[in-house]
Structure formats: structure tokens, C-alpha cells
Design a protein around this ligand. Structure first.
Ligand SMILES: [Zn+2]
Length: 128
């Protein structure tokens, strides 16, 4: 069993949740600004449209990844309470301590996390 300080992990998870929420807020604020700018400027330059679409797609992908991360943080908090923190939710393997230290919200072993990331990327479009 990996050893960890429950309080310390809980604190780090809360910090991660706040960080993710902050990034989501920024992305949404950017979205609103863009929409306002579009409303104000009907006379768009065609050359800019491709770039804006691409940026919107990147934002959507980033949002999808942030949503997934927020869900991981929530799950990790739950598992910390249940005493199953540090165990892969997919295969039940023990998650290496160093991995948990680097990513406190890790709820999958490295292999299953790679699979999950690939799936997420396939769903959310290419990650640039
Ligand atoms: Zn696993």
C-alpha cells in the first residue's frame, strides 16, 4: 500500500480544484469577449475566421480536458474519504507513489491514464 498524508492530499486536491475552476472561468470569459466582439463587428475579415474557428475548437478541447480533470479531482477526494485513494479505478492496480505526488488527482495507473487521455483527445479533437 502506498503511504500518503490524507490531510496533505486533501489540501492539494482542493488547490487543484480551485486551479481548474480558475482556468475554466478564464476560458469562459474569453468566450464571452469573443462573442461580444463578433456582435459588434458584423464586417468580419474572411481571413480571420479560420483562426477564430480553430481557437474555438482548442477552447472546446481545453474545456473538455478541464471538465475531465475536475471530475478526477472529485473522484480522488471521494476515494480519499473511502480509503481507496491510490488505487487505479480501471484495473485496481496500485498507482505509483511518485505519480500521486506529481498528480494528486491521479485515479488511474499510468497505462490506464494513457488510454483515458487518448480517448479524451479522440473525443475532444486534436490537442495542439
Ligand atoms: Zn490501471
Amino acid at each position: 500500500m502506498a503511504t500518503y498524508d490524507k490531510d496533505k492530499v486533501a489540501t492539494r486536491l482542493r488547490e487543484r480544484a480551485a486551479e481548474i475552476e480558475e482556468r475554466r472561468r478564464h476560458l469562459r470569459a474569453d468566450d464571452n469577449e469573443q462573442r461580444d466582439a463578433e456582435l459588434a463587428d458584423y464586417d468580419q475579415h474572411p481571413a480571420d475566421q479560420g483562426t477564430e474557428t480553430l481557437e474555438a475548437e482548442i477552447d472546446q478541447t481545453t474545456l473538455a480536458i478541464l471538465d475531465a480533470e475536475a471530475k478526477d479531482v472529485e473522484t480522488a477526494m471521494q476515494r480519499l474519504e473511502e480509503g481507496t485513494y491510490g488505487i487505479c479505478i480501471v484495473g485496481g492496480e496500485e498507482i505509483p507513489e511518485g505519480w500521486l505526488e506529481a498528480i494528486p488527482e491521479a485515479i488511474r495507473c499510468i497505462n490506464h491514464q494513457k488510454e483515458y487521455d487518448a480517448e479524451l483527445r479522440a473525443r475532444g479533437g486534436p490537442l495542439l
